[in-house]
Design a protein around this ligand. Structure first.
Ligand SMILES: Cc1ncc(COP(=O)(O)O)c(C=O)c1O
Length: 402
């Protein structure tokens, strides 16, 4: 049917299914600011907004690349030097990797989108953790595929409930998303759980999408890539400069497609799609080389700063009556759960906290958690003294809410 002249242009239905709570909720915060109240944003995991600085040698690498005239398109999988650096890094960590199986992407985000688009048909399904980093479900909505949420269990350190996961397998299941270290829970999975997940993917012909963007930010030191546990498993691993190298705005990341020939077609499909987006930002690819071949000592200080904030957050949350919080072991997120009064949702709790105290966190259902669980995600990157003040506000609000 032809649209009437002058009528509003209609949008595609897929947009209705697409949600990304971490940024959507900012509209609510702006309304609170418009009435003159200060808002403290604990919603986005951007360390640079809280004073953590990009290592100077990465900035120098980008600057040099620009001055040396590397301002044109690059090959679509990325410059050879960056792919070699990623391959050498994986190899040094115990996963022999060829540069041909590496792509340089606009952050982990683009890798996620490329892989899901290349592998999953409309109407098929992908196992994602609950709670999950919401880009997975947003991309699935866009491509017309379905998430199958497998529980991760707060009473067991937010580890995946493997029996629940197995019950979700159907002939339409195509991939298994594993986020370890985890956003939003801060969990790190023991090898036994990682092996079981790999085994499930292997036996059921699924691609395991290993989101390792926080791999170097475990408080006890870098976590081994999942692929080290089984070099022949169908694993695609991702990471980026965003978190462990403190440059999220550069949109520079990478993906490594496992060596098994079972992934050859997937690699071809991903490269074909990558051709269509030309390349990821060129000068930043030189920073990938600098990051993976240069000094990483900033990570030692960063991990220590995160561990101290995690301890403060867990302690203060667990002191609040009705609140439970599992201690994060990596990254910069905690996922407390508040015993809600009957009939109230996690969104009620979070919006109330924003409107009455000006503290913005994200409700757990924005990550696929059940609304009645009363969970919410705190990004604890602010300086400890500021966090302590914010936690006073949360404690007072929780008392009022009950
Ligand atoms: C688990 C997880 N994966 C991927 C991303 C996206 O990261 P990038 O900036 O590398 O696209 C994030 C960002 O917060 C994340 O938490």
């Amino acid at each position: 049917m032809r649209a009437e002249a002058g009528a509003p242009i209609r949008t595609a239905q897929r947009v209705d299914r697409f949600t990304y709570a971490i940024r959507n909720i900012v509209a609510e915060a702006r309304k609170v600011e418009q009435i003159g109240k200060r808002v403290r944003y604990l919603n986005i995991g951007d360390p640079n907004q809280f004073g953590f600085e990009t290592p100077p040698h990465l900035i120098a690498a980008v600057e040099r690349a620009m001055r040396d005239g590397h301002n044109g398109y690059t090959a679509s999988p990325g410059i050879v030097e960056a792919r070699e650096a990623v391959a050498a890094d994986f190899t040094a960590r115990g996963v022999p990797t060829s540069p041909d199986r590496v792509l340089i992407t606009s952050g982990t985000s683009e890798g996620i989108e490329l892989a899901l688009t290349a592998i999953v048909n409309e109407g098929e399904s992908v196992l994602v953790p609950s709670p999950t980093y919401p880009l997975y479900t947003a991309v699935l909505a866009k491509i017309g595929a379905d998430p199958a949420y497998y529980r991760t269990d707060p009473s067991n350190g937010w580890l995946p409930d493997l029996d629940h996961l197995r019950r979700l397998l159907t002939p339409r299941t195509r991939a298994l998303v594993v986020i370890d270290p985890n956003n939003p829970t801060g969990a790190i999975y023991p090898d036994s759980v990682r092996r079981a997940l790999i085994d499930i993917a292997d036996t059921h012909g699924l691609v395991l999408l290993a989101d390792e963007v926080y791999g170097d930010l475990a408080y006890d030191g870098p976590v081994r890539p999942m692929a080290t546990l089984d070099l022949d498993a169908p694993i695609i691993s991702y990471s980026s400069l965003s978190k462990a190298y403190l440059a999220p705005g550069w949109r520079a990341g990478w993906m490594a497609v496992g060596a098994t020939p079972r992934l050859d077609a997937a690699l071809g499909a991903i490269k074909k799609l990558a051709d269509g987006r030309l390349c990821s930002p060129g000068p930043m690819q030189y920073a990938v080389v600098a990051a993976l071949t240069g000094d990483r000592s900033h990570q030692v200080a960063f991990r220590a700063a995160l561990a101290a904030r995690a301890e403060l957050t867990t302690r203060r949350m667990n002191e609040i009556p009705g609140m439970r919080c599992v201690a994060p072991r990596g990254a910069f997120y905690a996922m407390p759960q508040f015993a809600l009064p009957r009939g109230r949702s996690d969104e009620d709790f979070v919006l109330g906290l924003l409107r009455s105290k000006g503290v913005l966190v994200v409700y757990g259902s924005g990550f696929g958690a059940p609304p009645e669980d009363g969970s919410f995600r705190i990004v604890f990157l602010a300086p400890p003294a500021e966090l302590a003040e914010i936690y006073d506000e949360i404690a007072e609000y929780a008392r009022e809410f009950r």
